[in-house]
Design a protein around this ligand. Structure first.
Ligand code: E4P
Length: 217
């Protein structure tokens, strides 16, 4: 399973990238706002760090304008993935941009039917939002599982990019049901290493090692 980082925090991306944890990056208008940076500049900087797909989202609502924005964003670097919303205009833009050989991430997916039509429109990635479904008392992971089955039934090669990942348990469940990619904030990816028994075990080893009076270096 690939790990994308859901942030425009360049320092956090670089830190995780050094550990080999970054297969790509996703951004959206809210993430750009949080970064306080210009979209073109910060996206270019991210692309200079990460060689995998970097999603940059269009903000127009009409297909023609989305296509023009997508082409401009794609000029930033060869690994730009143009992110479009799951509307009919977004799907039109997806069809045109993917037909030009560009990677397209169709975002704001909340149903299996939406995922089905995104695949038919040539999406490289579909982004179902797990956490936002859980927020309204629906089952985000059930959606990932349904999309997996539908894509496998018909051999669609659109990759399932599980988004709106809020917890480490979401990541475990995504791995179990076969999401191709998860995108999560740096804090959630870093929390994957945490376990209280690891902390307790390490504390005990440190205590006992001190009693030996030995040194390795
Ligand atoms: C995905 O591409 C989105 O940027 C993101 O995962 C949304 O997450 P949120 O629901 O926590 O804002």
């Amino acid at each position: 399973m690939k790990f994308f980082v859901d942030t425009a925090d360049v320092a956090a991306i670089a830190e995780l990238n050094d550990l080999g944890m970054v297969d790509g990056v996703t951004t959206n208008p809210s993430i750009i706002l949080k970064s306080g940076r210009n979209i073109l500049e910060v996206t270019k900087e991210i692309c200079s760090i990460v060689s995998g797909p970097v999603s940059a989202e269009v903000v127009a609502t009409k297909a023609d304008e989305m296509i023009a924005e997508g082409r401009k964003l794609a000029e930033i670097a060869p690994n730009i993935t143009v992110k479009v919303p799951l509307t009919w205009d977004g799907l039109r833009a997806c069809k045109v941009l993917s037909g030009e050989g560009r990677m397209v991430n169709v975002t704001l997916c909340f149903s299996a039917n939406q995922a089905l039509i995104a695949a038919k429109a040539g999406a490289t990635f579909i982004s179902p939002f797990v956490g936002r479904l859980d927020d309204i008392n629906m089952d985000g992971m059930e959606l990932i599982s349904d999309i997996r089955q539908i894509y496998d039934n018909y051999g669609f090669d659109t990759q399932i990019l599980a988004a709106s990942i809020r917890t480490v348990n979401h990541i475990t469940q995504c791995a179990l049901v076969g999401a191709d990619v998860i995108t999560a904030p740096p804090s959630v990816i870093k929390a994957l290493a945490n376990h209280p028994l690891t902390d307790a075990g390490l504390a005990q080893f440190e205590k006992d090692w001190a009693k030996t009076g030995q040194k390795i270096l």
